[in-house]
Design a protein around this ligand. Structure first.
Ligand code: GDP
Length: 326
């Protein structure tokens, strides 16, 4: 594979080249990994930046309906929109979010949109790398907005928030007791909560739910680096396409503010550092598992530790020495 050629075609916005590159970063093969690293290295020079928006919500809350309507609104404004999905549960369930082609039918036909379903992968570390690198590829391809969709599984939400500029939580209208069902940690990550399905019979409930969440958000720790009205809660209707422009205006207002204050770049820098360290950790772990000799030594030392013949400290030191990491 000619990596330089692939890089050029990605920068020219060729969707097939982008799709192929994402397949490359998803691959577990060592030669593919080397090519992926080279490709990302070449593309890093483009310095293109998209607004990375993480979007989370439990199944059925209306994520795909929202993304389709929201995405169509953005492409209607001349923006190019990429949608990536993170679904660590897909390996277990056999299916995957965005996997079925009937989702986001209109958006998937839009030449200014690119939709990539979640691959079946189990390890969150692998999902993280794939998503992070896919974001970088979409940015190099000149997309203005990258939406990263995830289902409501705690760990994946944290991961997505850590690679997004903005984190949006999509919720359904609900009784007051369900408010507690949203984990505090997830609420704390949200920049904007969107209560979807604010239409028809559900409108009044949605308005009440929104007020409940607005109250809950006010009780959370303030973020000294954001305007005081954030994080905020709003109602939307993905089906009736209400509130989408308002939600987009708030997302822009918040990201513009952070840019002006220098927090946007600072956050990205911090995220880059975090993911670098995470990659090194994953790389070391992979090495530990791949090398049969070290694995055998680990097993033997584990038994020695269990029998009380070797101390944990000494056994650990021996393994790190064997890995060349100490
Ligand atoms: P996802 O699983 O989060 O992707 O949710 P979907 O987008 O597939 O939507 C789940 C169900 O909720 C579908 O039957 C949608 O038609 C419905 N739905 C989504 N958005 C809205 C909305 O704004 N209003 C109403 N009334 N229903 C909606």
């Amino acid at each position: 594979m000619d990596i330089t050629d692939l890089a050029t075609r990605i920068q020219n916005g060729e969707r097939r080249a982008l799709a192929r590159a994402i397949t490359l970063v998803e691959s577990g093969r060592a030669d593919h990994r080397a090519q992926a690293v080279e490709l990302l290295e070449q593309l890093a020079k483009t310095q293109r930046q998209a607004l990375r928006i993480g979007l989370s919500g439990t199944p059925g809350v209306g994520k795909s309906t929202f993304i389709e309507a929201f995405g169509m609104m953005l492409t209607g404004q001349g923006l190019r929109v990429a949608v990536l999905a993170v679904d660590p549960s897909s390996a277990r369930s056999g299916g995957s979010i965005l996997g079925d082609k009937t989702r986001m039918e209109r958006l998937s036909r839009d030449p200014n949109a690119f939709i990539r379903p979640s691959p079946s992968q189990s390890a969150l570390g692998g999902v993280a790398r794939r998503t992070r690198e896919s974001i970088a590829l979409c940015e190099a391809a000149g997309f203005d907005v990258v939406l990263i969709e995830t289902v409501g599984v705690g760990q994946s939400e944290t991961m997505v928030a850590e690679m997004s500029d903005l984190f949006i939580l999509l919720l359904a209208p609900a009784g007051g007791d369900e408010l507690q069902g949203v984990k505090r940690g997830i609420m704390e990550m949200a920049d904007i909560i969107l209560v979807n399905k604010a239409d028809g019979d559900l409108k009044a409930t949605a308005t009440r739910t929104c007020a409940d969440y607005a109250g809950a958000l006010r009780l959370l720790r303030k973020r000294p680096y954001d305007p005081p009205e954030f994080p905020k809660a709003m109602t939307v209707s993905a089906v009736e396409e209400h509130g989408l422009a308002e939600a987009w205006a708030e997302m822009r207002a918040l990201s513009d503010w952070r840019r002006e204050q220098g927090h946007f770049d600072a956050r990205r820098a911090e995220q880059a550092r975090h993911w670098f360290e995470e990659e090194v950790r994953q790389g070391l772990l992979a090495r530990l598992h791949q090398d049969p000799q070290t694995r055998a030594q680990m097993r033997a030392l584990g038994e020695g530790v269990a029998r009380g013949e070797v101390s944990i400290g000494a056994a650990t030191r021996d393994i790190l020495v064997a890995l060349g990491a100490a």
